[in-house]
Design a binder for this molecule. Sequence first.
Ligand SMILES: [Cu+2]
Length: 147
Amino acid sequence: MKIITIVLSVAISSFINSIAYGQNDKAQIESVKPSNKLASFGVRGNCGMCKSTIENATKELKGVRSADWDQSSKQVVVSYDSTLLSEEEIHQAIANSGYDTDRVIANEKAYNNLPGCCQYERTQKMNQKIKKRENSPIEHDHNGHQH
Ligand SMILES: [Cu+2]
């Protein structure tokens, strides 16, 4: 019985190790490419329409891999290739589409052309800290009670 336990625990721990190392390898490959950059900065906006305008204006740029604007934090996260474009160019493209970033003020004409619901307050806070809940898969603790 004891031997089985030992064999089992060795097998389990080596299995866990292989998963952990597997992920490390992946992460290293990702970070090995130095031109692969991640920019995150503030962008004003109101709704889902703003989200698609901001993201599409960003994704149109050559070298942008992905763009995700978060409505509640007023922040965009952009993955891009720094050999093809700079972070400034991303700010500029978003500003050209009518949206203020934390570095570049939006093009007035583009702002005025936004649908009424998208004409955000020009004083709106950006880069807001939001409590994240979606990252925790455990809703509540089952110790001491049953469903
Ligand atoms: Cu909108």
